[in-house]
Design a protein around this ligand. Structure first.
Ligand code: CDT
Length: 310
């Protein structure tokens, strides 16, 4: 008996600075209904899916910064998404900026939740690999201020048993790092879901610009194959608040092959029937970790942060 999870990847086009959360949620509800009509069990939305991607501009006013964050999930504005999910009987993954009060202080994280078919949050992940810089760089066409607006995630990479599958999450820049996938691979992950906001232009290294879509697929295909897991990567795409972002939302099998891919830079749903047992032959052979990994030789990976030349 195969375990088929029908997964929808719900790419969003741009959300402009003046677009309300209510409007963004309405767009996601439309995609969720479309996903249900295609028989989806789970629909995956992008990173920070409720607003324009505000790390692209400099802000100093605390209240203005906080206005992009959620203090509750669900909130008044996002509750309709949870209610619709419960009504339709469909799970979802949603990325958002989280303002928490922990350890006696205000903390900000780039967060995603996994919600089951009853509309209940069953998993939370906080982004670990924050790209960019904490300081203002007015010489750049736009900012990449995740290191200013977010703290490094403090929840690790848990894997949850949900919908008869082992499901994990990462967020955007995490997908470029093999450690993210392996941390979940070591928990027998079968499906990794993630959202991203990836500009076409990379101010510190414009020579990379022509490779944005290639690198997007390269890292997710490698992560899928090397850990024998499905990977679903979902973009917020198109020209948003002056920043042009890649699309390329895709669903990748444990074979490393792309099985579905978006063709626009707007709101677009793609769907795949994902057999959660497809990775088993890899996990039993080439990537039988228990038999073939050699952790005693991997010490540097956790001991050392930056590269040191010989
Ligand atoms: N949101 C996010 O993490 N974006 C980064 C920007 C590019 S840094 C090369 C990303 O990894 O796509």
């Amino acid at each position: 008996m195969s375990r088929i999870l029908t997964v929808g990847a719900a790419q969003l086009g741009p959300i402009q600075r003046d677009e309300s959360r209510v409007s963004a949620v309405a767009r996601m509800i439309a995609l969720m209904r479309q996903a249900k009509s295609h028989g989806c069990d789970l629909v995956v939305f992008p990173e920070a899916a409720l607003t324009a991607f505000f790390p692209h501009w400099w802000m100093e006013d605390e209240d203005e910064i906080d206005s992009y964050f959620e203090t509750a999930m669900p909130s008044n504005e996002t509750a309709p998404l949870f209610e619709e999910a419960a009504k339709l009987g469909i799970g979802f993954h949603l990325g958002y900026a989280e303002l928490a009060h922990e350890d006696g202080r205000k903390r900000r994280f780039n967060t995603a939740v996994l919600v089951d078919k009853s509309g209940k949050i069953i998993g939370k992940y906080r982004k670990i690999h924050l790209p960019g810089h904490p300081d203002h760089k007015p010489e750049n066409a736009f900012q990449n201020l995740e290191k200013r607006y977010f703290e490094t995630g403090n929840l690790g990479w848990p894997v949850w048993r949900a919908m008869d599958a082992n499901i994990g999450m990462m967020i955007c820049n995490d997908r470029r790092w093999p450690e993210s996938y392996r941390s979940m691979g070591l928990q027998d992950v079968e499906l990794i879901v993630l959202g991203y906001n990836t500009p076409k232009h990379n101010p510190p290294a414009p020579q990379h610009d022509r490779l944005g879509n290639f690198h997007n697929q390269l890292v997710m295909q490698a992560g899928a194959y090397q850990n024998a897991t499905w990977v679903v990567g979902v973009a917020k795409a198109g020209l948003e608040a002056g920043v042009d972002q890649i699309g390329g939302t895709c669903i990748i099998a444990p074979t490393g092959e792309v099985v579905a891919q978006a063709v626009t830079e707007g709101d677009e749903l793609i769907v795949a029937l994902c057999d959660m047992d497809l990775g088993k032959s890899y996990k039993n052979s080439t990537f039988n970790f228990a038999r073939h990994r050699e952790p005693q030789a991997y010490g540097l990976i956790v001991e050392r942060k930056g590269a040191v030349a010989p």
